[in-house]
Design a protein around this ligand. Structure first.
Ligand SMILES: Cc1cc2nc3c(=O)[nH]c(=O)nc-3n(C[C@H](O)[C@H](O)[C@H](O)COP(=O)(O)OP(=O)(O)OC[C@H]3O[C@@H](n4cnc5c(N)ncnc54)[C@H](O)[C@@H]3O)c2cc1C
Length: 294
């Protein structure tokens, strides 16, 4: 299928992007890797009159260390994240998550900013940035604002971004003693998650949970922090019984989706099983970053 007719704009600066967005508002769409947007345009689910390509905006695809945090440009691809030595050493949850997104082709084009702004309720990166307590920099006509990951997603395919704003950067903490893991259940390895669980866990020397953050994707209309699971674990020794009790809270107060891939019951069951496994894996430091391309 061909998309509707549109005007292609290829600005060379962020200022130009903002000016195009201010002028065209809802009639315009930003183009990052195109891995979600182009399919939607071909299916006529998105019909922008103006397509604003971000490919030439300088500085939007850099990964760097800044003020004790790691800054990731919105146009950074999954492949860049996967290959970043800085992230592998100081925030391995992101490269580990990137290895589980789609396939090589999608990872070469798809961007972290595109994924977060698109807000697919089963997107992998959403769970990871929630577990990391990331912050997002958004720039618009009134200047810039920083948004906490937990406040970013509103519902399916909807974020707090206004039509004339652009997501430019994601900041994640440099991890020291924290153990992280992302576990994903999907029909096939390259598919979207039925359930995806990201964990960032800090244990003390006695094996007691000092702090934990869990990001969850695939279950409901948006990715969310599993606060009820976290509450059960904080200050407790991570024994199997406690972990099971905590994991059973994963869908507490959540409207669980069902579709052709998973009934409500199956998805709920998988959610509890994967929450349990993710906490166990993090507590044992079983983090794996696949190094080869594939
Ligand atoms: C075959 C296939 C399999 C996939 N499997 C998975 C999977 O397993 N897990 C997963 O998480 N994802 C998966 N995806 C989706 C993929 O991760 C997309 O790349 C991602 O969702 C969108 O990123 P993008 O850079 O391609 O954005 P685009 O498609 O270019 O844009 C997506 C949306 O975000 C907006 N946007 C883009 N950048 C910005 C910005 N900086 N500021 C504001 N708005 C912006 C666009 O206007 C558009 O509305 C899959 C995609 C395909 C085609």
């Amino acid at each position: 299928m061909y998309p509707n007719r549109f005007e292609y704009c290829c600005p060379a600066s962020l200022q130009e992007v903002l000016s195009l967005l201010s002028t065209h508002q809802d009639e315009a769409k930003l183009l990052a890797g195109g891995q979600s947007l182009l399919s939607m345009m071909k299916l006529r689910l998105a019909n922008p009159t103006y397509l604003i390509d971000l490919a030439r905006i300088p500085g939007l695809n850099a990964i760097g260390e800044e003020n004790g945090q790691i800054s990731i440009g919105a146009m950074t691809t999954y492949a860049q994240i996967k290959g970043s030595h800085l992230l592998r050493n100081k925030c391995p949850l992101l490269p580990q998550t990137a290895t589980l997104v789609a396939d090589v082709q999608v990872r070469n084009r798809g961007t972290i900013g595109g994924s977060l702004a698109h807000a697919d309720p089963a997107a992998d990166m959403s769970a990871a940035i929630l577990a990391l307590g990331a912050e997002m920099k958004v720039v618009g006509p009134k200047g810039e604002r920083w948004i906490k990951a937990e406040d970013f997603f509103v519902t399916m395919m909807t974020t707090v971004l206004d039509p004339d704003e652009i997501l430019t950067e994601i900041r994640v903490p440099i991890l020291k003693d924290e153990k992280t893991v992302y576990l994903k259940n999907a029909p096939r390895p390259s598919d979207f998650a039925i359930v995806g669980i990201a964990v960032c866990l800090k244990l003390n020397h006695q094996g007691t949970c000092e702090d934990i953050a869990m990001g969850v994707t695939g279950i409901t209309d948006k990715a969310y922090r599993a606060r009820d699971v976290e509450e059960v674990l904080r200050g407790r020794k991570l024994e199997p019984k406690i972990i099971k009790e905590a994991a059973s809270e994963i869908i507490h107060g959540v409207e669980v989706n069902e579709n052709i891939h998973a009934s409500k019951e199956f998805r709920s069951h998988i959610a509890r099983v994967y929450a349990n496994r993710a906490i166990q894996a993090a507590s044992k430091g079983l983090v794996r970053v696949i190094s080869e391309d594939g």
